[in-house]
Design a protein around this ligand. Structure first.
Ligand SMILES: Cc1cc2nc3c(=O)[nH]c(=O)nc-3n(C[C@H](O)[C@H](O)[C@H](O)COP(=O)(O)O)c2cc1C
Length: 382
């Protein structure tokens, strides 16, 4: 038995091993953000696939906070029943079930929000998105903080083991943390402590609404990799403040859609090449906090996880794209088949998602189609 596959405590929770399926939008919810049968089957596979923890794709806390076609919703009590089906199949498979909550802020378009105008901390352009967001008033901030609380209560009612707040990848919480996107002159802008205020209020609202015993995790950028973005030293300070507030674990990510080739899901990672590209950020956070730290980004070999665990870089290891091809990768590794993840990090999985067909591995599909030659042609066309 490898240490990666030994049970681990995460606050009050116990996971069967240290592998986390990081939050991954599957683009399979119905247009109202409700869970579909196809989605339930995908989570059943993931639950049975051997990961210790499975986190859902991001679920929007408010209708204007939606970010992508067919994403999950958690803004209405009508979402609870479907979310409960996801929590149920994940837990039946033996994994801990986490639900991720997000508000996209300025990183969306009204085509995805049902026509609602994007809102953000400041009247600042988000170059990858067509509309200039409206600056949030103090009342709007209070409303979204409350929305996070209510959504977390729904997640708890649905039977999840914990909730994860998406504070990374340039979405609303990240927009408040980063000086470039937060140019407010009030109590929410300026110093790092002020830029942290929104996240602190969200965390407090979640703890109040879902109860102090319901674990809250946070996915945080260790660095935004954009000019005027959140930098490593500030991110480490934010992680420390989260730990002081009882965060269950911090998942360290990095980058936003504006970070070019240093975005959250980097292309071209191969086993042994460009793996664990955020390890230095996770290590920096781990040196400062007592809570468990998860590392995400380019983990492709079981040996890499073992080395990082021995080095003390992280406690938990999160994978997204490899589990789109192989939802049972953790079980395969645990069984002694230590071959690397098959994922080639081409990001072709996003394509069908944007078309509304659901995220899936196009390389695997080509390999399984007898008439196709290989996945290479498709990847070159991306
Ligand atoms: C199709 C797809 C959807 C994703 N959706 C989310 C999401 O909903 N929430 C999130 O925090 N990260 C999301 N991510 C980012 C992953 O969780 C992860 O941070 C990133 O892909 C790097 O890990 P990997 O190299 O194991 O793929 C997504 C990534 C992909 C490829």
């Amino acid at each position: 038995m490898y240490a990666v596959f030994e049970p681990v405590s995460i606050g009050p929770l116990k996971a069967r091993n240290r592998i986390v399926r990081s939050a991954t939008w599957l683009g399979l919810a119905d247009p109202g953000g409700k869970v579909t049968d196809e989605q339930v089957e995908r989570y059943r596979e993931l639950g049975q696939g051997g990961a210790g923890v499975v986190i859902t794709g991001y679920a929007a806390v408010s209708p204007e906070g939606r970010q992508a076609p067919r994403m999950l919703g958690a803004w209405d009590d009508g979402h609870v029943e479907g979310l409960a089906r996801l929590a149920g199949v994940i837990r039946e498979g033996g994994a801990l079930a986490g639900a991720q909550l997000v508000h996209a802020g300025g990183q969306t378009r009204s085509a995805w929000t049902g026509g609602l105008a994007p809102v953000a901390p400041s009247f600042v352009d988000h170059p990858q998105f067509p509309e200039m967001p409206r600056e949030m008033s103090a009342e709007q901030i209070a409303r979204v903080v409350a929305d996070f609380g209510k959504a977390a209560r729904r997640v708890r009612d649905a039977g999840f083991d914990f909730v994860q707040l998406h504070a990374a990848h340039g979405y609303l919480i990240n927009q408040f943390l980063s000086p470039g996107t937060n140019q407010r002159a009030d109590a929410y802008g300026g110093t790092l402590r002020n830029r942290f205020r929104f996240l602190a209020e969200v965390m407090a609202a979640v703890q109040a609404a879902a109860g102090p015993d319901f674990p809250v995790a946070v996915k945080l950028n260790g660095c935004d990799f954009v000019p005027q973005g959140l930098e490593e030293d500030e991110a480490v300070q934010v992680a420390e403040w989260l730990a002081q507030r009882g965060v269950a674990f911090v998942e360290v990510s990095g980058g936003t859609p504006a970070s070019g080739d240093r975005g959250p899901a980097r292309a071209g990672v191969r086993p042994g090449e460009g793996e664990a590209y955020l390890r230095h950020l996770a290590a920096a956070v781990k040196r400062r906090v007592g809570c468990p730290v998860a590392l995400v980004g380019g983990l492709r070999r079981i040996e890499t996880l073992e080395d990082l665990l021995i080095e003390g870089t992280a406690d938990l290891f999160s994978l997204s794209r490899p589990l789109i091809w192989e939802p049972d990768l953790p079980a395969r590794w645990a069984s002694g088949d230590r071959a690397s993840a098959r994922c080639v990090s081409c990001n072709g999985c996003f394509g069908p998602g944007w078309k509304g067909e659901g995220v899936r591995c196009v390389v695997k599909e080509e390999q399984e189609t007898p008439t196709s030659s290989s996945g290479t042609g498709r990847r070159a066309g991306l």
